[in-house]
Design a protein around this ligand. Structure first.
Ligand SMILES: C[S@@+](CC[C@H](N)C(=O)[O-])C[C@H]1O[C@@H](n2cnc3c(N)ncnc32)[C@H](O)[C@@H]1O
Length: 181
């Protein structure tokens, strides 16, 4: 009798727990770099340097609160995709997207930027770390079409010489096109 009661309570407990764990996807691995937002004037300069238009698809790798794809859509009518490994950032970006009214142009993906397919991008924006930029070069060159524009806030790509750089209120932004050599 005791055993039946135990089995029954276990089954009830399992039934209660199962739906909520199914709704909560397992967190991806921890971020390679913490969230620090790019100031809005730097975002504007990055998109201007890349000459973004309404034909572009702008991928922000590590998109934080979503400000870069949302600005690309709002200011230039571009399509935007933001990729962030941290679900909290995706929630914030989704809230900001709703407030911006740009839902038809922008989407956010809770994924690891090193494994997401980025081949549809025509512009890629980065605010990561020097080591992560270097690690990304083979992926950028392998997946992106020749001529795709890449803009990085604050960090270069080692020996890969940028086509141009710009100082925005004391912050440097770097511009390359694919292939990055
Ligand atoms: C310095 S913040 C830049 C945010 C935004 N791009 C901006 O410029 O305002 C870096 C972001 O990258 C995300 N991140 C770190 N490692 C990642 C990874 N492997 N895949 C996707 N996102 C990652 C962090 O969660 C964080 O939101």
């Amino acid at each position: 009798m005791r055993l039946r009661a135990f089995v029954l309570s276990f089954a009830i407990l399992a039934a209660l727990v199962a739906p909520s764990s199914a709704q909560q996807p397992a967190p991806l691995r921890s971020p390679d770099v913490i969230f620090v937002p790019t100031p809005q004037e730097v975002v504007d300069a990055m998109l201007k340097l890349a000459k973004v238009t309404n034909s572009d698809v702008v991928y922000d790798l590590g998109s934080g609160d979503g400000r870069i794809p949302i600005t690309a859509a709002r200011t230039y009518g571009a399509r935007g995709v933001g990729i962030d490994i941290d679900p909290q950032r995706i929630r914030e970006a989704t809230e900001n997207l709703k407030a911006s009214g740009q839902e038809s142009r922008v989407r956010f993906l809770n994924q690891d930027l090193f494994t997401t397919n980025i081949s549809e991008a025509t512009v890629v924006t980065l605010y990561l770390l020097p080591s992560l930029n270097l690690k990304l070069i083979p992926k950028l060159n392998a997946e992106l079409k020749p001529g795709t524009r890449v803009v990085s806030h604050a960090f270069d790509m080692g020996d890969a010489k940028p086509i141009s750089t710009q100082n925005v209120n004391g912050r440097t932004i770097y511009f390359w096109t694919i292939p990055i050599k």
